[in-house]
Design a protein around this ligand. Structure first.
Ligand SMILES: CC(C)(COP(=O)(O)OP(=O)(O)OC[C@H]1O[C@@H](n2cnc3c(N)ncnc32)[C@H](O)[C@@H]1OP(=O)(O)O)[C@@H](O)C(=O)NCCC(=O)NCCS
Length: 150
């Protein structure tokens, strides 16, 4: 199968905040030499959990992840950005949407959208049981808890 071409860059999301930026290393590759999907999924989970913990102010557990579709590969040395927003706040759970963009070293300043996922986290107590939160609704999330754009 032909490899996905490097499509022209896309705009970064204006409705989400930059949560993480990371550069994958050769140890993160699959047998094809591209970055392993499991590495990307774990980084998405880290980004989502970071956002959820900022909102809930404590320990969280991942309870659900909605489908990952990988439209373009990530390569060693790409700068990978994880943008996210809170989409739902329940009694004990927070749902976030995370979008992933790769910036190729050979095309700096252009971003390729790699994947997107919706993840739900549950606030848990010391015994690992769900605990009620007093988190604000998504449209009332204070900008101060979100990381600043660079
Ligand atoms: C997370 C955990 C503590 C939740 O406990 P639980 O008894 O299953 O939770 P409940 O059924 O009371 O639901 C708790 C919240 O999760 C939400 N939830 C449960 N299953 C869900 C699903 N499949 N999708 C989205 N939300 C879900 C519920 O709607 C509820 O949210 P709300 O209180 O805001 O309405 C427990 O399932 C657990 O420990 N799971 C393992 C977590 C883990 O190890 N994750 C890492 C991956 S291995």
């Amino acid at each position: 199968m032909a490899r996905s071409p490097d499509t022209p860059g896309v705009a970064l999301p204006a409705d989400k905040s930059l949560i993480l930026k990371v550069v994958p290393m050769p140890a993160d590759c699959n047998a094809n030499g591209d970055i392993f999907g499991g590495w990307v999924m774990s980084q998405v989970d880290l980004a989502g959990c970071t956002l959820a913990m900022r909102l809930a102010g404590g320990r969280m557990a991942t309870v659900a992840v909605k489908e990952f579709v990988f439209k373009h590969p990530i390569r060693v040395g790409d700068v990978v950005s994880f943008y996210g927003c809170v989409t739902r706040v329940g009694r004990t759970s927070v749902t976030v949407d995370i979008e992933v963009f790769a910036e190729r070293m050979s095309r700096q300043g252009e971003y390729v959208k790699v994947t997107e996922a919706v993840l739900t986290y549950v606030a848990i107590d010391a015994e690992g049981n769900p605990r009620a939160m007093n988190a604000p609704a998504p449209d009332e999330v204070p900008a101060a808890i979100l990381p600043q754009q660079d």
